[in-house]
Ligand binder design. Structure first.
Ligand SMILES: [Zn+2]
Length: 264
């Protein structure tokens, strides 16, 4: 059954979407939603040895291979690692992708995360979701305006805490236990990042890292493995939780945020 929903998961770097919400995307794909994965930057500093243009090409191919696993379309917004900032050029890039996809549901990073690139992507995607339908905003490309302001969800922060060490007030968590194999296969497409994370984080197995994070998210929600989300409820955006409607029992809603649960 084909769903009418187009989903855009708009992350900063190649592999962010896989770590934060690939399980949920896989579940939504199974329910007939049309899935799009976008990255703001091409991953061009993600290597201790390769030149920027070489590692970027490799990482975009890895991202495409990952998207192929769930039949998603991949988009590269054209930005550069560690240079993402809220400015005119990046705003136009973000809106271009938003209008190309014209999504009903958008996922991105939360407004506060460990890396400024992620926070700036969050602001850019948030604003692109809001101004995508504004006809007089010119993003410099011959694409139609988006039809309406979409549902917007922030994935949980990396390591599930803000920069002050506090848990974020999640709206809901999605049980991804049945699709952990798919999530792992998608992340495994980003093979170049194993070497990078070994150097930067002294972490040898990034697949295990993702599994541990999904397990920890699951503990707060009562699922073996989960992904957490915060719904953006600013004026203009839809206010009902469409993830609950689409995913049913696989989506557990938290009353007033799960801060107390997550800190246990
Ligand atoms: Zn990232």
């Amino acid at each position: 059954m084909k769903s009418k929903h187009r989903i855009l998961a708009f992350g900063c770097h190649p592999d962010d979407v896989e770590i934060l919400c690939a399980g949920t995307l896989s579940l939504l794909a199974k329910r007939g939603c049309e899935i799009h994965i976008a990255v703001m930057a091409g991953g061009d500093v993600g290597s201790p040895t390769l030149p920027r243009f070489v590692i970027r090409e490799q990482r975009l191919q890895e991202a495409q291979a990952s998207a192929d696993i769930i039949g998603a379309r991949f988009h590269f917004a054209g930005g550069e690692d560690l240079e993402v900032e809220y400015n005119d050029a990046y705003r136009r890039r973000a809106v271009r992708v938003m209008r190309e996809v014209n999504p009903t549901i958008v996922f991105t990073h939360p407004p506060m995360d460990y890396l400024i690139d992620h926070e700036e992507t969050s602001r850019l995607v948030r604003n692109a979701a809001f101004i995508g339908p504004v006809p007089n905003y010119d993003c410099g490309a011959a694409v139609l305006t988006a039809s309406k302001i979409p549902y917007l969800y922030y994935a949980n922060a990396v390591a599930r805490k803000d920069i002050f060490g506090r848990p974020l007030p999640l709206t809901c968590a999605v049980n991804v236990s049945t699709v952990m194999k798919t999530k792992t296969r998608m992340l495994a497409c980003h093979a170049s990042q194993r070497e990078w994370l070994r150097v930067v984080l002294k972490e040898d197995n990034y697949l295990e890292m993702m599994k541990r994070a999904s397990e920890a998210e699951g503990r707060a929600a009562g699922f073996p493995f989960a992904e957490g989300f915060i719904q953006h409820l600013g004026a203009g955006h839809p206010q009902d939780n469409i993830l609950k409607q689409l995913l049913g029992d696989a989506c557990r809603e938290f009353d007033g945020g799960n801060v107390s649960k997550a800190t246990k």
